[in-house]
Design a protein around this ligand. Structure first.
Ligand code: GLC
Length: 716
């Protein structure tokens, strides 16, 4: 291979650069510009293309694009097929009429690894059928700062939960019937910036980086993930794209990752235009390639290609270094079967029927819905709380997220920001439509509000409620779609007009059911007491409206549990694994007093835990802690109970968290049944990262806790 051919393999361009344009605007309907495509794919020998132009395409269109791209690739010196990558992060984001499930934060609320695996496999089958074998998913960053606009793209705040669900997603993508590559992103420490704003500086000491942010990536690398994408931000003053310690010493030598490391969007350019650690493109390219980047998501020009050819030609970078990256990229193309198929998509008639994927997306939406509060008086039995709503009386539905499929799906849906209704999946109902289908349209009174509704609109809602006298009001609150910096916000509070809406309806003394459809837990403690019931739907996807409706009418007994701590205040937040000293710093009357705790969620039955015991109380490092606990269902509905096992390390050489999640498992308990549930916790899971950066168990006294039951043990 010539140097140019090798550099071409390390170059990734976005589809938009090779589409027909007029006055720099992509012409619709989109078609490849054969001159621009030939220049990129034959002349510059670009080895990878990503993204979608600027919106979703039908499978037929993808087939046309990918076929033409590969036909160009066949005319280059090496004839090596192009590797196409895309963000299919909650189903096929950019495939028209595909099946879209919950975003990761909603999948996390299911705490169900097999369901996450099945949804990932469904994505892989649909996307690979379009000729796209590389997915920029999962996000394994942690959602520990709700201000961060990509909070909803994570599996929540805890390293164990993110690790186990991240592994499940990688297995779903890569271990199914199609050749498909997962990408772990964004390595490392993305989402925990000082400001809470996307891609802004983070100060994360290496011990904390390893304790909290590394485990999910390590677990998924051990599960065989084929690619890793790098964090666009900077940590402790060093842009991660230029950090050879993280990208080579840690990722390659310590974690043993052998796959492809791809930059994030324009992040080599940003080294000299945003981070200011390089004089120019050539210097930025040198820094990034020497740090360990294999492929540059350039993705808008040939600056990287030209700079890298020059750097090798003038001896600044050795060709041996280039060969290392090219080998990784060609191995990935080989493993994905591109050399067998030439990268040509499967025949269109082989495109799978979407009906086979609807069930797993709908089930994930159902299992994600989290009942946070259920009080007030039921309309049928005054001794019961307001939910589930019976079939009696009118139900008044309004709120800014009630009439929007876009709100249910969030960003990365049809378009990057997910705000364009033009690309919504046909015939998928928004919440109001789903409620009409579930309850019957004659029971639902529908009053449409858009996101920026005014005080006058609120008065009209109040008058309409007074006129129609409904038995209860459903207020669909929350956020409209966003992602990345577009979702940066100065204030985590729920929007002012939505709080005013709740206050106005509360004055009418009609029971209120608040439904949050949003990517992050906005704070609303001042109006929380005004609502009788509260449901968190996260971003449940195309089947989310129906899922919410089935929880509200009681067809489904809610089982979702929060994968994060819900803050009570917009400007102070602690995660569940806070340190003892944080309590001392808190208001003594408040202490740790979130709006809702990590793992919180109610159901339509009552579960009681008792008789927690361990088989032993003294353990050594290589042992497994075994125990059992009784779980009794005192209510009338089968429970899909989430058993959470937390550990408390009484004294340690690093300040111990007040608790850490060490195990979780779903257990079904029928009405009246008592299940003796066994737990198995390897002592190794009680480890923590020490000052010498070694992750090891320290002897001492521990407690394991499940619900309100605890048992003591000692590690010797
Ligand atoms: C974006 C995102 C990344 C995504 C990539 C390609 O900037 O940070 O998550 O995979 O670009 O779309």
């Amino acid at each position: 291979m010539s140097l140019e051919a090798k550099v071409g393999e390390m170059t990734q361009l976005t589809l938009g650069t090779i589409l027909q344009k007029k006055n720099k605007q992509i012409i619709e309907p989109q078609h490849l510009d054969s001159t621009r495509a030939a220049d990129a794919l034959v002349n510059y020998q670009v080895g990878s293309i990503l993204n979608c132009g600027n919106h979703a395409h039908t499978p037929a269109k993808w087939n046309e694009f990918i076929t033409e791209i590969q036909e160009h690739a066949e005319r280059k010196e090496t004839q090596i097929p192009v590797l196409y990558g895309i963000d299919a992060i909650h189903g096929p984001t950019y495939t028209a009429d595909a099946v879209l499930g919950p975003q990761q934060i909603g999948l996390a609320a299911t705490w169900n690894e097999s369901l996450v695996r099945e949804n990932a496999a469904a994505t892989a089958e649909q996307v690979a059928a379009c000729g796209i074998p590389w997915n920029f998913s999962p996000v394994l960053d942690l959602g520990r700062d709700p201000r961060w606009p990509r909070f909803w793209e994570t599996f929540g705040e805890d390293p164990l939960l993110a690790s186990r669900l991240g592994v499940a997603m990688v297995e779903g993508y890569q271990n199914g019937d199609v050749k498909f590559a997962a990408t772990l992103k964004h390595f490392l420490g993305y989402g925990f910036s000082l400001s809470g704003k996307d891609r802004t500086p983070a100060w994360i000491p290496e011990r904390e980086l390893r304790e909290y942010f590394l485990p999910s990536f390590k677990a998924a690398i051990d599960a065989g993930a084929m690619a890793v994408m790098i964090n666009s931000g900077e940590i402790n003053g060093i842009p991660v794209h230029s950090n050879s310690y993280l990208l080579t010493d840690l990722l390659r030598e310590e974690l043993g990752f052998e796959g492809v490391v791809v930059s994030d969007w324009e992040d080599i350019r940003y080294l000299f235009t945003r981070h200011m650690v390089a004089e120019d493109y050539k210097e930025a390219t040198r820094i990034a390639v020497e740090a360990g980047i294999d492929m540059s998501m350039v993705p808008l020009d040939f600056g990287f290609s030209e700079a890298l050819v020059e750097l090798v030609s003038d001896g600044t970078i050795t060709e041996q270094r280039i060969d290392v990256s090219v080998r990784r990229i060609l191995k990935m193309k080989w493993d994905l079967g591109l050399f067998e198929t030439g990268g040509i998509p499967p025949a269109l008639e082989l495109y799978p029927k979407t009906s086979k994927f609807e069930k797993v997306a709908a089930q994930a939406a159902l299992e994600s819905i989290t009942l946070l509060k259920n009080e007030g008086q039921n309309l049928v039995d005054a001794n019961q709380p307001i939910l589930p709503i019976g079939s009696t009386g009118k139900v008044f539905v309004t709120g800014p997220t009630a009439h929007s499929l876009n709100a249910l799906n969030g960003g990365w849906t049809g378009t990057w920001q997910g705000t364009d209704t033009l690309y919504n999946t046909p015939n998928r109902p928004h919440l109001t439509r789903a409620l009409e289908e579930q309850f019957g349209s004659n029971q639902i009174i529908d009053f449409q509000l858009d996101q920026d509704f005014t005080a006058d609109d609120v008065q009209m809602v109040a008058r309409e409620i007074q006129a129609t006298r409904p038995s209860c009001v459903i207020l669909a609150l929350g956020e409209m779609p966003y992602t990345e910096f577009m979702g940066n916000d100065e204030d985590l509070s729920l929007f002012k007009n939505q709080k005013e809406l709740v206050r106005a309806v509360h004055k009418l003394e009609v029971p209120i059911i608040g439904v949050f459809i949003e990517g992050r837990p906005r704070t609303f403690s001042d109006i929380e007491p005004l609502m009788d019931a509260i449901v968190m739907a996260y971003l449940p996807g195309d089947y989310g409206g129906e899922a919410i409706a089935k929880v509200l009418d009681g067809s489904y007994n809610p089982s979702g549990r929060l994968p994060f701590t819900w803050p009570r205040h917009p400007s102070s937040h602690m995660t569940y694994d806070y340190k003892h000293a944080e309590i001392a710093a808190s208001d003594p009357s408040e202490g740790f007093n979130p709006q809702y705790s990590f793992g919180h969620g109610l159901s339509y039955t009552t579960i009681e835990y008792s008789n927690f015991s361990l088989l032993d109380s003294i353990f050594s490092v290589g042992d497994t802690i075994r125990g059992a606990i009784d779980i009794t269902n005192l209510g009338g509905r089968t429970a899909n109970e989430l058993v959470l096992v937390f550990s408390q390390d009484r004294v340690a050489s690093i300040t111990p968290s007040v608790q850490r999640l060490r195990g979780f498992e779903r257990v079904f308990v029928r009405p009246g049944e008592t299940v003796r549930h066994k737990i198995k916790i390897p002592v190794s899971t009680l480890s923590f990262v020490h000052m010498d950066l070694d992750d090891r168990v320290e002897s001492g006294a521990f407690t394991l806790t499940i619900a309100d039951e605890s048992a003591g043990l000692r590690i010797q």
